[in-house]
Design a protein around this ligand. Structure first.
Ligand code: SF4
Length: 451
């Protein structure tokens, strides 16, 4: 979500006459923050302090989940301004107001180029900003913002506000423009994508949205992904839609957060483990090739050894392909942050984290091992110069496995077939047939030259 937000901020700033540059050369740094864990906030503060110390003239603007109120020191009471390094703060939906806020700080800059192109600060206008995409082949499209679920550990409903969905027509129009410009993979984004409605007053219709986006297959769209989904809204029609999609990726990321019903209740997750297992069973029946990833919080306040064991057993049975596992970290203003009496000792939390991680790795590595020797489709995300005139390319399979391979040219943005030769942990190395051809052909060519 932050990546996608940054692409919209980048569009507004470039319309206002600013240019992207290196961190150390910038007159203005915009820090797009995440507050899901304390560590993320600490990193943001560290980054801002480092740059303000190195150059006191640099202006620092902050946005994202840490910001409550748009403004600057003179007109905002956002507690963030107790931190000296920050000059401006803006809520992400107020992105269009950024140039106005900057005028006072950059008096020599000509802001007339920015003709209020994106209207005023509102979530509707925010959605209408066409992002300055970083990688044309792989794009992110927000379909909704905010969350109504109020999990007891989570700060999102307080920072991003209540759920607001974009009209279906607008989402599809943006997807179409992106596919026409070369997008091969679209990731639909939201805190709770599957509770998507068609605009504010519409019915829940995530399945319909998936099927509509899938129609862009005829224009060149190859992959549709989405994140994040919630088990409560993972209805049968969504599974059915997925099973019929040409652009489906056999990868589901469905956060469960814990394996004990008691802990799920304390987290206010509103489903049981049986319900979650039932959804996964339906997915695996309809689409047996699906790989499964989830999110887990280890060491939630009051988590007993027994409850932790339930989590381990659950993971063992489910055979996850990946888990984004986090150690519980209290976020201010959330109900879980007030459960101090039940907080678990950090050493114990770390030990549980490692024990759980071993279970996930056992299954994830064993399942990946079955792919060695197979030829798979990889969408290349980055390419860098290697030795011998070759390029090291990295991308993801449709199952979301990371693959590295050599090729005779940079292939960023291309979908190519790669044979998976070796698996090290979560990552594969592979070979492209054309590189094999170069390597085998080389001695023969040399012989011809020698003759
Ligand atoms: S559903 Fe996700 S975003 Fe919403 S409150 Fe729960 S964890 Fe946070």
């Amino acid at each position: 979500m932050n990546h996608s937000d940054s692409e919209r901020v980048s569009q507004v700033m470039q319309k206002a006459g600013f240019k992207l540059t290196e961190e150390d050369l910038a007159d203005l740094l915009i820090v797009n923050t995440c507050s899901v864990r304390q560590k993320a906030e600490d990193k943001a503060y560290g980054f801002m302090t480092k740059h303000k110390r190195a150059n006191k003239n640099v202006k620092i603007a902050i946005t994202g989940c840490m910001v409550r109120q748009t403004g600057d020191r003179e007109n905002s009471r956002d507690p963030l301004f107790s931190f000296d390094s920050i000059d401006i703060a803006f809520r992400i939906e107020d992105t269009a107001r950024m140039p106005k806020l900057l005028e006072r700080h950059f008096r020599e800059h000509d802001f007339s180029q920015f003709e209020e192109a994106f209207g005023d600060g509102s979530i509707e206008n925010y959605f209408n900003i066409v992002p300055k995409v970083e990688n044309k082949a792989q794009v992110f499209v927000p379909i909704m913002q905010g969350c109504d679920k109020f999990c007891t550990y989570c700060i999102v409903p307080f920072t991003r506000g209540r759920e607001i969905s974009r009209p279906l027509e607008d989402v599809l129009a943006e997807c179409k423009v992106l596919v026409e410009a070369g997008a091969k993979e679209i990731t639909l984004l939201g805190q709770n994508v599957n509770s998507y409605k068609d605009g504010e007053k519409g019915e829940k219709c995530f399945a319909k949205l998936l099927l509509e986006v899938d129609k862009l297959h005829v224009m060149g769209l190859s992959r549709t992904r989405f994140t994040s989904a919630h088990p409560q809204d993972f209805t049968d029609d969504v599974i059915d839609a997925l099973a019929h999609m040409k652009t489906r990726c056999p990868y589901i990321h469905l956060p469960v957060q814990h394996g004990s019903n008691q802990t799920l209740r304390a987290m206010n997750r509103n489903y049981t483990i049986d319900k979650y297992n039932d959804i996964i069973a339906k997915i695996r029946t309809a689409m047996p090739d699906t790989t499964l990833a989830t999110d887990i919080i280890v060491g939630f306040p009051g988590e007993t050894e027994e409850q932790f064991q339930e989590l381990c057993d659950f993971a063992d049975e489910l055979k996850l392909d990946f888990s984004y596992t986090a150690i519980f970290s209290p976020r201010k203003h959330t109900p879980a942050a007030r459960m101090e009496k039940e907080f678990i000792d950090m050493e114990e939390k770390k030990s549980r984290f490692h024990r759980f991680d071993e279970i996930v790795k056992k299954h994830a590595f064993a399942q990946r091992a079955k792919f060695v020797g197979k030829e798979v489709e990889v969408l290349v995300e980055k390419s860098e110069v290697a030795e011998n005139g070759l390029y090291r390319n990295a991308g993801r399979t449709r199952e979301f496995f990371e693959v590295w391979f050599l090729a005779g040219r940079p292939l960023k943005g291309k979908e190519v077939m790669v044979t998976l030769d070796e698996q090290k942990g979560y990552v594969f190395s592979g070979t492209m047939p054309e590189v094999e051809a170069i390597l085998y052909a080389a001695p023969a060519l040399l012989k011809v030259l020698a003759v």
